[in-house]
Design a protein around this ligand. Structure first.
Ligand code: DTR
Ligand code: CA
Ligand code: ZN
Ligand code: ZN
Length: 438
């Protein structure tokens, strides 16, 4: 919005008042209605999954060409995934273990809510072998599970079950991280896990569509998804002990998962039904240096990522809750270039009973010529700051995105502020609008 400063200020004031008046009042919301069937799961945007793969590739390139256990590339991968989940409102924890003389890391992320005695867990190993970046094995599973988790956050899902996600270390050394996690769980905690879904290699360049033949309900869920696409699947038989579902299965936890194939050769019959090249390995770069971002079949990755969302929504018996009351400020607020002071855009919240939820949603719309310059915080009425975004090297323009904040310790009513500071010189912009939803 390009207005002269005085008109802009007047317009901004008018809009701010109008914006508040137009805010959705709680009374205007229909009471949440329970639904029996699981709602339609979202499409997982392939571009988002591939953006995570690009990050994993960059991490490997910048760290000796791999993301293997005990190497800098693995810890950088963990840090990347954790930051995304923290920003999306997950409760994350890092579990450390030692293997082959090096510290390993499992990342566990819990989505607040759901029945704590019925946990649906999805996971994938995040480590690569030392010989390459491990983009299909297993950046593909890690990126798809991450994006499915972020989709849960974007939807503000409140499933019947409690959703948990895991990214395992040192799988390539013998399922070390997942074994450590399962073996560290008290029996009572193991008993709460109603199912574990494993995704290890789901974007193979010459893909097959394999479904683990373990728990019948989980298996049927995946088969239903693919039947809906008219794609035949095969039972994954050779993988029983070969990935991170094995420790869960050994502990008596129902397991399932998807697989697009590794070093085995695609038969003529399989090529007939799935396309691709018969007589060639499903993944010719398995455990090789060529397992890069070029070693991915987009269609398989997209379908399998969507299958993960389908399984979580259906097995999690997700019950959608319509968004709560929301309040918006559409006044433009200039963001002075560094080293200028931080600016704030206020929203006065009223009529909301109790505290903000653990899934308080903040939508921001900022016009800027280098969004990596920006540090963004949500300031609660009592002055508590919740970091939404740190500065980065992301040189793209504009920032139109959502954050989910666990603001459950804050009283909802009062003046909330979006605080933005430009911490690097030569690029400018303004807050176009922002919205808070309870
Ligand atoms: N062991 C996995 C790859 C792998 C090979 N066969 C299967 C079957 C099911 C899941 C995974 C796999 C790895 O190298 O990470
Ligand atoms: Ca998709
Ligand atoms: Zn592997
Ligand atoms: Zn793997």
């Amino acid at each position: 919005m390009s207005l002269s400063v005085s008109r802009r200020l007047a317009a901004a004031t008018a809009i701010a008042v109008a914006g508040l008046l137009a805010a959705t009042s709680p009374a205007a919301l229909a009471a949440p209605t329970a639904v029996t069937a699981a709602p339609t799961p979202p499409d997982i945007p392939l571009a988002n999954v591939k953006a995570h793969l690009a990050q994993f590739q960059t991490i490997a390139t910048n760290n000796g060409g791999n993301r293997a256990h005990g190497r800098a590339g693995y810890k950088a991968s963990i840090d990347y995934v954790k930051a995304k989940l923290d920003a999306a409102g997950f409760t994350t924890s890092l579990q450390t273990f030692t293997s082959s003389g090096a510290t390993g890391y499992n990342l566990i992320a819990d989505w607040p809510g759901g029945d704590p005695n019925s946990v649906l867990m999805s996971g994938s190993h995040l480590d690569s072998v030392t010989s390459g970046p491990g983009i299909n094995d297993n950046g593909s599973g890690s990126a798809a599970v991450l994006e499915a988790a972020l989709a849960v956050s974007r939807a503000g899902l409140q499933p019947t079950k409690h959703l948990r996600f895991g990214w395992w270390g040192a799988e390539e050394l013998g399922l070390v991280g997942s074994k450590y996690y399962v073996n560290s769980l008290p029996a009572a905690e193991k008993a709460k896990i109603s199912g574990y879904l494993n995704f290890d290699m789901i974007g193979s360049p010459n893909p097959g569509y394999f479904v683990y033949d373990d728990d019948p309900t989980i298996e049927q869920t995946f088969k239903n998804y693919y039947a809906g696409l008219g794609i035949p699947t095969e039972i994954e038989t050779e993988g029983d002990g070969r990935s991170d579902h094995a420790p869960f299965k050994s502990a008596g936890i129902p397991v399932g998962g998807l697989f697009s194939g590794a070093d085995y050769t695609k038969t003529a019959a399989q090529a007939q039904k799935w396309g691709g090249t018969s007589g060639q390995a499903f993944d010719r770069c398995y455990h090789s240096s060529c397992d890069t971002t070029a070693n991915i079949n987009d269609t398989a990755l997209d379908r399998n990522a969507d299958a993960i969302a389908y399984a979580i929504w259906n097995l999690g018996a997700a019950t959608p809750v319509p968004p709560g009351p929301s309040f918006e400020n559409t006044a433009d607020v200039n963001i002075p270039d560094s080293p200028g002071a931080a600016v704030t855009s206020p929203i006065t919240v009223s009529g909301v009973a109790g505290n903000a939820p653990a899934t308080t949603k903040v939508d921001v719309n900022i016009v800027h010529t280098y969004r990596g310059d920006l540090v963004i915080d949500l300031i609660a009425p009592d002055g508590t700051a919740y970091r939404l975004k740190n500065s980065s090297s992301d040189s793209a323009d504009n920032l139109v995105t959502s954050y989910t904040v666990n603001a459950s310790s804050e009283v909802a009513n009062g003046v909330w502020k979006l605080q933005v500071k430009d911490v690097a010189a030569q690029d400018v912009g303004y807050i176009n609008s922002w919205k808070i939803t309870f």
